[in-house]
Design a protein. Structure first.
Length: 487
């Protein structure tokens, strides 16, 4: 795993394999960014050499040249920072630039950054950009391992803090990338419990017997079709002197076939990541324990596998969720909201000051907002908080309405609430999910629902610090939300 270090060495003398400088895009050609002065002096013609090699300074672009002994590093890489702005380089631009540079250094022992600016953004971007999920290949010939060490030369940061944040995202990505046969609910719960206890978190795992005794009918219904039994994981952080309390809930469907309402086979393999919400919550809690903010935090992971069998729940069933509300089931492929009904109702019993849930909940989120912007629903104060905090961290979200006309389509003639709209109407599908969840959150409890169906996974070419596969989206935002409650 890539590590982080600080160095007081002059960038031109730093003993790293790759030396990274920043490059702005200008009207008269590219120009070097602050932090690389000693490198520019050692070369004298560095800007010209980079421009000759095609460097433009466009954001995220990379241009590498051999140093020919003029600096300590064998290679100098210029990463584009875009057009210079009066307010300086944004944190997200630095994160993406560092991530792109770190990915390009795969196979190397070290990479040094001679760029002034937000050291946390640079370091975190580099660590996340270097991430690899190595998978299960037995033949590793030709594979380049991630760069071993990231060194900040012209900026500084809290190494322990950045490492804690990066580790939370990296384990979130790992969990969401692991195949479902290797991470069923019980195994996922065990891994979370083991890691949580190592960093001082309180962890309680309810198995299928405890779930039945406790009245968690939603999780049990969704998990009823699988031989892999469901779990509910409760994680607590209780620092001394804390006066505020935040609660999280994560959707953890370790594999989703759609159940009786079975999905098409094309693309179903991606459903191993339908537990990305729970992974993000667990990863955030691991970071929180190491960062030790003075805020009480309680998290719930609702874990189940949604499979079709003779014991599976059916369209037309009525399920009793935790707390007693009844749900009429119309579509067993809208299972995430069912497991989360239990977890939300239970989390509300803890009397938090605010409640946040994270889920790969609806394909409607992708249709409405695309692959990089989460859908936010809930109370205005908390959806705006999530938007503000997430945007600052590079995890965009957009508040959505919960219209009364859609709410009316979810009234059941035989239960307290219908799982989705009458006749499986798909219009406003993302909004239906949020409206359903709202039935299990007290009206006076500040709450935000974060639908990450699109942002949780990246299927194209890597960019910035986002690599192909699970992104770890929302883990950093959840940490940021907790820290925001300290303000």
């Amino acid at each position: 795993m890539t590590t982080l270090a600080l160095s007081t060495a002059s960038p031109n003398q730093a003993e790293v394999d790759v030396l990274v400088v920043g490059l702005y895009k200008g009207e008269d050609g590219p120009r070097l960014a602050a932090g690389s002065e000693s490198v520019e002096s050692a070369f004298s013609d560095l800007s010209i050499a980079l421009e000759t090699m095609g460097a433009t300074g466009a954001a995220g672009t990379l241009t590498s040249i051999p140093s020919l002994g003029r600096v300590g590093a064998a290679v100098v890489t210029a990463v584009g920072l875009g057009e210079p702005k009066e307010e300086g380089v944004s944190a997200e631009t630095l994160r993406r630039a560092a991530g792109a540079a770190a990915r390009s250094a795969a196979g190397k022992a070290s990479i040094g950054f001679a760029i002034d600016g937000d050291g946390e953004a640079l370091a975190l971007g580099a660590l996340l950009g270097a991430y690899q999920f190595t998978g299960y290949k037995t033949d590793r010939e030709g594979h380049k391992n991630p760069v071993e060490k990231v060194v900040l030369l012209s900026a500084t940061t809290d190494v322990d803090r950045v490492t804690a944040l990066a580790d939370g995202v990296r384990v979130t990505r790992d969990w969401a990338n692991i195949p479902a046969n290797l991470l069923p609910p019980a195994e996922f719960a065990d891994q979370v419990a083991r890691r949580g206890q190592e960093v001082g978190l309180g962890v309680e795992v309810l198995d299928e017997t405890a779930l039945a005794e406790g009245g968690y009918g939603g999780i049990l219904a969704v998990g009823s079709g699988s031989s892999q039994k469901p779990r509910l994981v409760r994680i607590t952080w209780r620092p001394e002197g804390a006066t505020k309390h935040v609660a999280f809930v994560g959707k953890g469907i370790t594999f989703d076939t759609g159940g009786i309402s079975i999905k098409p086979s094309q693309g179903m393999w991606d459903m191993k990541g339908d537990m990305a919400g729970a992974a993000a919550v667990a990863g955030a809690m691991l970071s929180i324990a190491r960062l030790a903010p003075a805020v009480n935090v309680t998290a719930y992971l609702a874990l189940a596998e949604n499979m079709p069998s003779s014991t599976a729940y059916r369209p037309g069933d009525v399920v009793t969720a935790y707390g007693g509300k009844t749900i009429e089931i119309l579509n067993t492929d809208a299972e995430g909201r069912i497991v989360m009904s239990d977890a939300l109702a239970r989390a509300a019993e803890d009397k938090p000051d605010a409640l946040y849930d994270v889920a790969t909940l609806t394909g409607g989120q992708v249709m409405a907002l695309g692959k990089r912007t989460a859908g936010l629903m809930g109370t205005e104060s908390e959806t705006e908080r999530v938007k503000r905090v997430g945007t600052a961290l590079g995890e965009a979200g957009w508040p959505m309405p919960m219209p009364e006309e859609i709410r009316k389509t979810m009234k059941s003639p035989i239960a307290d609430v219908q799982q989705c709209a009458t006749n499986l109407e798909r219009s406003g599908h993302m909004l239906q999910g949020g409206i359903f969840l709202s039935h299990f959150v007290p009206e006076d409890l500040p709450w935000a629902h974060i639908d990450i169906a699109g942002p949780a996974d990246h299927g194209g070419e890597s960019y910035g610090y986002i690599v192909k596969g699970a992104t770890g989206f929302a883990a950093r935002t959840l940490v940021g939300i907790v820290e925001d409650h300290l303000q």
